[in-house]
Design a protein around this ligand. Sequence first.
Ligand code: ADP
Ligand code: MG
Length: 495
Amino acid sequence: MKWLGKRPVLDGASGELERWQMLIDGEWQDASTGETFETFDPGRAAAIARVADGNSADVDRAVAAARRAFDDGRWSRLPAARRAEVLWTVADLLDEHAEALGRLEALNQGMPLRSAIADSLPSVARCFRYYAGWADKIQGTSSDLDKGGRDIHAYSLKEPVGVTALIIPWNAPLSMAAWKLAPALAAGCACVLKPAEETPLTALCLGEIMLNAGVPPGVVNVVTGRGETAGAPLAAHDDVDKVAFTGSTEIGKRIISAAIGNLKKVSLELGGKSPVIVCADADLERAIPGAAWAIFSNAGQVCTAGSRLFVHHSIAGDLIDGLEEIARDIQVGYSMEPDSEMGPLVSAKQHAAVTGYVNSAREEGAEVRDAGSLPDQGYFVRPTLLVGAQPDMRAVREEIFGPVTAIMTFDETDDALRRANATPYGLAASVWTESMSTAHRLSRGLRAGRVGINVHGYPDVTMPTGGYKQSGWGRELGREGLDNFLETKSLFMGA
Ligand code: ADP
Ligand code: MG
């Protein structure tokens, strides 16, 4: 194993940082310029490795490799059952190396080690097994026609869309890679994966696992690099048939513009500002931890995070007290400590952005409640409640992507619904009530791709996920996640 066994330099230990190469055409390669950039451990604010700073020439090489691999059929025309076996082997290797991968994911991203190992890695392996199961169940339809006395047999074929660009963010690097790679490979596509510049390391390990599992060289390429210099040329590339993107709404719009040149297919998973509505009759024993972890999981760096909390005024005091208690008790600590429950934000930039939102809310009149101590190095932010938030505050309108929720009260459920929907986003929502009719009315009225009743909801590989409004185009996961990577061909056979 080239990367999987590696122990990145920790705590600024002396010595050169290891240089991690990218994967193009089955070979580990430097950037054509030889340039690299540092990647960090956000819990120590320390560089841990250098990675290749891929540019448009490297993107060209990776796309050309994927094109050759796709066109010669080394993967796309394998028997589907064989593709399934290889994807299953990918999952087995993920299980085998779960500990090492979980450590690297926690180290580079900042998520607590125990959630990386206990939650993330198993769900990543599960994603590959789920789509392994689909590989040989990709079927079209058929009909027998009589056209002017001619007997015509018509049938439709589902074919892989071709060369795909998979551009992913840093908040859950391996999961985001799996959500795209697994269905793309099950469909028979060739891929160029561009991990976020903040979190490239586990994507490179995944590339290594692909090779070891028997994915033919060139079918999965991993180009590390920055958004403007590697992501942009990949999204614009004329020989890419489809781009699947997860990231900010702002960059999602740029992906659409970049796709115009060759009208490549586009699917997008973008930002959110998801509401949590706690009704007067909610069971607070469930609603309090539910609302807390809707925003504090992964330090709020979750696109479906419940970042606007609407609570009925009659229970607002109890709910806020309960949230404060949980916030105070959360173990905010270094990702690699086994008892940490909330790690740092991913980068200095993200830390500055989140603290900027908290400060702006304070200046605009919100009461900021954030108790507890923080480690004295690394990009940590306390779990934070913005009490008395107002709809026009920047922290209420915009996605923060940190452990910060804006709390607002309501009197009438219909008013809560109207305000919950008053956002350009529509990714997720949750409703907390013991009344079936309230649950029914609110869940039907919410304009969001995922609604939880007495649960904030989770991604699950069996359930489509994605956004209404400016939260995205299309759906990932489930059967719909596979459709992203398929074209339909109708065939008419005359005797
Ligand atoms: P964030 O702002 O949280 O970093 P982004 O949407 O900027 O989220 O990044 C998500 C992914 O998109 C990353 O892999 C990043 O490198 C990539 N990216 C950023 N800018 C562009 C761009 N102009 N074109 C294509 N990809 C980009
Ligand atoms: Mg960005």
